[in-house]
Design a protein. Structure first.
Length: 158
């Protein structure tokens, strides 16, 4: 698990240093906190960086007493005409959930399609987003959770 987490950090660092933002994205990169789930119980960190044109990569990690969730999302972003700083986005991501308990453990792999809104506050280096992000688990007890919403606040790095 340590290797997975370190790999996620390495990918984020490489992406942060290697990509150049284009005019379609509201910022080049940002780091923040995300509340994932319909009850806000899953809290984690999130890093977002612009790719080519209107594309972005978002990485997130959430931790609990006996679990960790790691994910990466590809997003397509476009500005909303007449609403300075407001963008809509759609995309898809992969997620790994690792849980350990009393003599038991489980690892889940899944897909998370998404659609949402992101607002970059024009006068200060902060952005926030709200999206609908259901989860389709693909292995062991495959199932669908249609109640996935996330809310995040990010500090814009550049």
């Amino acid at each position: 698990m340590k290797k997975v987490f370190l790999s996620l950090i390495a990918v984020g660092a490489l992406t942060f240093g290697a990509n150049e933002a284009k005019a379609q994205t509201p910022f080049k990169s940002a780091l923040g906190i995300v509340f994932d789930g319909n009850d806000g119980a899953n809290v984690g960190i999130q890093y977002k960086t612009a790719l080519n044109g209107p594309q972005a990569l978002q990485l997130q990690a959430a931790f609990g007493d006996h679990w960790v969730t790691l994910g990466g999302d590809w997003q397509y972003e476009r500005p909303i005409n007449g609403a300075d700083g407001l963008h809509w986005y759609a995309g898809v991501g992969a997620q790994v959930n690792i849980w350990t308990g009393k003599g038991d453990s489980d690892t889940g792999f899944g897909l998370r399609p998404q659609i949402g809104l992101e607002y970059k506050i024009p006068t200060i280096p902060f952005a926030m987003h709200l999206d609908y992000k259901p989860y389709l688990r693909l292995n062991n007890d495959a199932h669908f959770h249609g109640d996935g919403f996330t809310f995040g606040i990010k500090y814009v790095l550049r």
